[in-house]
Design a binder for this molecule. Structure first.
Ligand SMILES: [Zn+2]
Length: 87
C-alpha cells in the first residue's frame, strides 16, 4: 500500500483517509445486510487498504501493532480462544 498509494495518501491527509476507511466499513455493512458475498470480500479488502493507508501516514507499523496486542491471544484474558465473559 505504501508503494502504491503513499504519495496520493499524503495529499489526501490523515483525517480524510480515516474518514474514507469508515465509509468503507459502512459499505461492508451494506454488503453484509444484502448477503452479497463477492461485495463483502471487496469491501473487506477496501477497509484493510484504507486502514493500511492511515497507518502509513501515522507511521504505525500495523503488523507489529496488531501482533503486539493480539499475537498471544486475547489481550484481556490471554487465552486462545478468548475466555472472557460476555459476547
Ligand atoms: Zn478474553
Amino acid at each position: 500500500m505504501k508503494r502504491t498509494y503513499l504519495q496520493r495518501d499524503k495529499k489526501k491527509g490523515t483525517y480524510a483517509t480515516l474518514l474514507r476507511m469508515t465509509s468503507e466499513v459502512g459499505e461492508m455493512l451494506d454488503a453484509v445486510l444484502r448477503n452479497d458475498l463477492p461485495q463483502i470480500h471487496a469491501e473487506a479488502a477496501d477497509v484493510l487498504a484504507w486502514l493500511c493507508s492511515a497507518c502509513n501516514l501515522l507511521s504505525v507499523d500495523l503488523e507489529k501493532a496488531f501482533l503486539n496486542k493480539y499475537g498471544n491471544g486475547c489481550p484481556r484474558c490471554c487465552q486462545v480462544p478468548c475466555a472472557c465473559k460476555g459476547p
